[in-house]
Design a protein around this ligand. Structure first.
Ligand SMILES: Cc1cc2c(cc1C)N(C[C@H](O)[C@H](O)[C@H](O)COP(=O)(O)O)c1[nH]c(=O)[nH]c(=O)c1N2
Length: 210
């Protein structure tokens, strides 16, 4: 039996407050085995029917990384073109990935074909496979922060191009591309809030009572 005391709960709350999406990384490498350890923690996450549908691809090959970076550049330029006026000018100032600097690159997929879990919980909601993978990524995000390691989620990418660049099975659905490394700074405010792109709202705004 493990008990968590008030001090632990306070630290846990601080972990939630101080976790950030990191786009600015220091160049020092991650310690040996750090990403493996984070993956092991992620694998403790809940998953529909215990299906464990997460699939991780560590990307070290320079040519594959280059293909991902090139795709990000194309997608980010296209995204900029979707805005106009002051919003476009603000978008152009945002740094939306640390792909060039991050020492670790990790792609995460959901295996839609696996029969682990025997389909439990997925018959009416097949999308719970993807939800399970997102739950694992979130766990990894917090576990990393607890070690002083930053993670940045990059979604300004074309799934088909990531598939091709990484040569993974057809049945794997692309969920996330994560940049991993030590952050340049630590902060308790989202970078997009600092950049005045959007602000955090109170939980009341998102809660209905019935
Ligand atoms: C599914 C998903 C996808 C993305 C993100 C997050 C999530 C959950 N975020 C990070 C996002 O901008 C960030 O979480 C919010 O701005 C809040 O900041 P903190 O995570 O609290 O620092 C993100 N950030 C970024 O710079 N480029 C990106 O492509 C993405 N994509």
């Amino acid at each position: 039996m493990v008990e968590f005391d008030d001090t632990f709960r306070q630290h846990l709350r601080e972990l939630f407050v101080w976790r950030r999406d990191v786009r600015r990384f220091r160049s020092d490498p991650l310690p040996e085995g750090a990403i493996t350890r984070l993956i092991e923690t992620a694998c403790l996450s809940p998953s529909v029917g215990l299906s464990q549908p997460w699939r991780f691809v560590t990307v070290d090959d320079a040519a594959r990384r280059r293909a991902v970076i090139d795709d990000f550049r194309t997608c980010n330029a296209d995204a900029l073109n979707c805005y106009s006026g002051e919003r476009a000018a603000r978008y152009a100032t945002l740094k939306l990935s640390g792909l060039e600097q991050a020492p670790g690159h990790l792609a995460v997929f959901a295996d839609k074909a696996s029969d682990i879990g025997h389909g439990l919980g997925r018959a009416t909601m097949p999308e719970t496979t993807e939800y399970s993978v997102v739950a694992a990524i979130t766990a990894m995000w917090f576990a990393a922060r607890a070690e002083g390691i930053g993670i940045g989620w990059v979604s300004i990418l074309t799934p088909a191009r990531i598939h091709a660049a990484l040569d993974v099975p057809e049945t794997w659905k692309f969920i996330a591309y994560l940049c991993i490394g030590y952050p340049e700074i630590e902060c308790d405010q989202p970078e997009l809030e600092q950049a005045k792109w959007e602000h955090r709202r109170s939980a009341d705004e998102f809660t209905l009572r019935r």
